[in-house]
Design a protein around this ligand. Structure first.
Ligand SMILES: C[S@@+](CC[C@H](N)C(=O)[O-])C[C@H]1O[C@@H](n2cnc3c(N)ncnc32)[C@H](O)[C@@H]1O
Length: 397
């Protein structure tokens, strides 16, 4: 994809034309501007703390705007990516694309990316029946993809990428997945446009170099007037090869007890040297080429949340890589007071020799599934970021 293949709908304008006022801006002007800059520009909807934004910027795209309703997510993105000028805290159900066009002074972008919230499709929620029947239909988060499509319809990107959990595909017997694809194909058809070619693709973060089991549903659209071009299988970037397991990714970080840690501190160089000696090339590659430890001045967010004494005693009963269900089968008795049938998997100690299991959004409240492989505490935000996002250490979670 490059700027020259962009669709032109009107006669070309004079090359050095002054920038028109927002309201009168024409499609011709925007096409010409893109040709002049050769820059591929995107917007990130439901941007969270900016994982998608960061990846796209690093791939050479320029972010024109990132939008999310959560003030903390927006503040984090602004702090981590100060060059992104329009990071907006807005509720996308009440912020139409025309208003964003006024802010960014552009009515066409090359790419739209976004991850509408996935709680509405989470397989975890199926356990309590929330993903069935009326509760399923009533969950308004299931329809946030329509806000995304509203933006696609307005800005007519050449390509869009929408990310969600696998539950999107299977919820309500596939009804939602089919609806998303159908609505996307038909975008703009009523106005005589060609809609989008759509392709659903499942990607596994582990295969792409992240030390975590994390499978995600991508919905990729290519505008109907462009050649259909989908890459059915993504490959990891060269710097993320070979794959990394949890141990090489985190065990250089200073040892902590539950409740210990600081927002900012120095790295422990001696510990890192020992870590590299133990884990070798995989650790060196991950630390220096993927999370770029040498570019971060200080180690941030390495703070272990406190746990009750009872929880700490239960953690200590687990072997590395073991869940409480497995430990109970070998006769371990836990003190936790929850129903042992329903909460068999209440605790899991992760393993250094495998990828981490899928990290959930509310880790700070419920770290019990993410106990450190060799220390008696749950993972810190820095460790969780190393495991789940493969972002540089200079980026705050
Ligand atoms: C799955 S997260 C997105 C993660 C993001 N793509 C990343 O790479 O970090 C979903 C986001 O949608 C945001 N969100 C939920 N409802 C919203 C709404 N009505 N308007 C804007 N953002 C919303 C949440 O605050 C959350 O940050």
């Amino acid at each position: 994809m490059n700027s020259d293949t962009m669709r032109t709908t009107k006669q070309p304008a004079a090359r050095k034309r002054a920038r028109p006022q927002v309201a009168e801006e024409s499609a011709t002007y925007i096409v010409e501007e893109a040709r002049e800059t050769k820059e591929l520009r995107f917007i990130d909807l439901f941007c969270g703390c900016g994982g998608f934004t960061l990846g796209m910027e690093r791939a050479g795209f320029r972010c024109l705007a990132a939008v999310d309703v959560d003030p903390v997510a927006v503040a984090t993105l602004r702090a981590n990516l100060p060059n992104v000028s329009n990071v907006l805290q807005r509720d996308l159900t009440a912020f139409p694309p025309e208003k964003l066009a006024d802010v960014i002074v552009v009515r066409h972008v090359d790419v739209i990316v976004g991850g509408p919230p996935c709680q509405g499709f989470s397989t975890v929620r199926r356990v309590d029946g929330a993903n069935h029947g009326e509760r399923l239909k009533d969950d308004p988060r299931r329809y946030l993809y329509r806000e995304f499509l509203r933006y696609v319809d307005f800005f007519q990107p050449r390509v869009f990428v929408m990310e969600n959990v696998l539950g999107l595909r299977s919820a309500a017997g596939g009804e939602y997945f089919t609806a998303v694809q159908k609505e996307t194909r038909e975008l703009g058809r009523a106005e005589g446009r060609l809609g989008y070619r759509v392709h659903g693709q499942v990607e596994d973060a582990w295969e792409l170099g992240v030390p975590q089991k994390r499978r995600r549903q991508l919905i990729i659209g290519v505008r109907g007037d462009l050649p259909g071009y989908f890459i059915p299988e993504l490959h990891p970037p060269a710097r993320a090869v070979p794959h990394t397991n949890l141990g090489p990714a985190i065990c250089d970080l200073p040892k902590l007890r539950a409740g210990e840690g600081k927002d900012e501190r120095d790295y422990d160089d001696a510990r890192r040297a020992e870590h590299l000696r133990i884990f070798g090339e995989a650790a060196r590659n991950y630390l220096y080429r993927v999370v770029e430890v040498d570019r971060a001045e200080l180690l941030t967010n390495h703070i272990a949340r406190p746990h009750s004494d009872r929880d700490l005693r239960d953690f200590a009963r687990l072997r590395e890589g073991e869940s409480s269900a497995v430990a109970m089968r070998r006769g371990v008795e836990f003190e936790f007071p929850y129903n042992k049938e329903h909460f068999k998997d209440r605790y899991t100690r992760q393993s250094r020799r495998t990828p981490c299991s899928t990290i959930v959004a509310h880790l700070s409240k419920d770290g019990l599934m993410f106990i450190h492989p060799a220390q008696n505490r749950s993972l810190t935000p820095r460790e969780a970021t190393r495991d789940s996002r493969a972002q540089p250490d200079s980026v705050k979670p």
